[in-house]
Design a protein around this ligand. Sequence first.
Ligand SMILES: Cc1ncc(COP(=O)(O)O)c(C=O)c1O
Length: 426
Amino acid sequence: MAEKLAINGGEKMIPDGFIKNWPPIDKIDEDFVLASLHQVNHAFGPNCVEFEKEFAQWNGNKFAITTNSGTAALHMAVAACDCGAGDEVIVPAYSWSSSATCVLHHNCIPVFVDIDFDTMNIDTKKIEAAITEKTKAIIVVHLHGLPVNMDEIYSIAKKYNLKVIEDCCQAHGAEFKGKKVGLFGDCAAFSFNQNKCLCSGEGGMFVTDNEDIYRKALMLWSFGETRTPVEKRDYHAYALGWMYRNNDLTAAFGRAQLRKLNSYLEIQKENARALTQELAGTKGVILPSEPENHQHNWYNYTIRLIPEEFGWKGNPAVFRNAVMKAIQAEGARISVWQSFILPRMTVFQAKNAYGKGCPWSCQYSREVSYNPEEFPVAQRHTDTHFGMTEPLRAPNGKDVAIMVGKAIKKVLNNIDALDIEKLGQG
Ligand SMILES: Cc1ncc(COP(=O)(O)O)c(C=O)c1O
């Protein structure tokens, strides 16, 4: 017998409060944060210094700089890789906005490359066609925590003498061929924003093994100065600098969470496995893949729908929106991660970041196309996906993952009970 969907007045599959919030807070967090509060340096203080050391050690990098966001760390990466006015940087057509706007922050031009549908990451086979004499770097985004094939990136980077910047904002602890992300590129950026696998509220980390790149990033990070706030400063701006430093309270929170990160990542992996098992063989869905040698951290478990398998021939996003609303009504905390591919975003369509068309109108820039039609794979992904973070995170266990799977199946088994046209708008 068909079950009545919650969106049609039936009983919710997942009761309120069953899915716990992220991140779990315990005495370790309280002790670190209170100790920071009761010491004297609340700006770039002792917890910032220790956080840099501990994160560098955790990831295996030589140098780390704590920042106030992942975006700040990405901008530092673009600058430290010597990208300047009119230089082009390759970016995937589907990511968080600042994976691409960080390029604009340094007067450079993002050039988009479509994604590979299976991995949702940049399609490495399409990168070479996007390279010009102005290309300086590739920003590799390990999207949703699935590492990009870094062997393929490296053979291209070597052939064209390009720098590689890893956007690891979602990929803490993910590995390619047994090596952690953030160790492959010339430098890398992590985010510690609320929703990330390591949460300090907001915040980020720039990492590199190259001292020259480290020094350049450091200068941009703190007012263009060459000395850090714990050294004897001369307060001289040697170059154009920003203020991307972190503060002590945030770093203290980050240090506390870092102590639990490995166990969080294990839980995420187990929960993702349980959800995959629960959904295996379900009609009309594509489950996320984890190709051999690519170890996912399961930051975001992303599912794509195949509307045609349910007889839907209209706009796939309308079908997805309707299904998603029905699953949300069952109490599963799922969402659309991005509704727009990057080239479709107004900042790129308008080509006017700094006014008067800059940086695209700069004499050093070349004409680039942001025609959304050139990125059909990213568009198909955007229109058909939904994903989740919290249900698979600690302190939630496999029981939660399985319940979410059941809620998804309940809706998919009762698609005929949904008014897709009506529900799918907006
Ligand atoms: C892939 C990716 N890159 C960059 C960022 C930016 O990180 P932050 O929000 O810390 O600036 C995010 C965060 O949402 C992200 O998901």
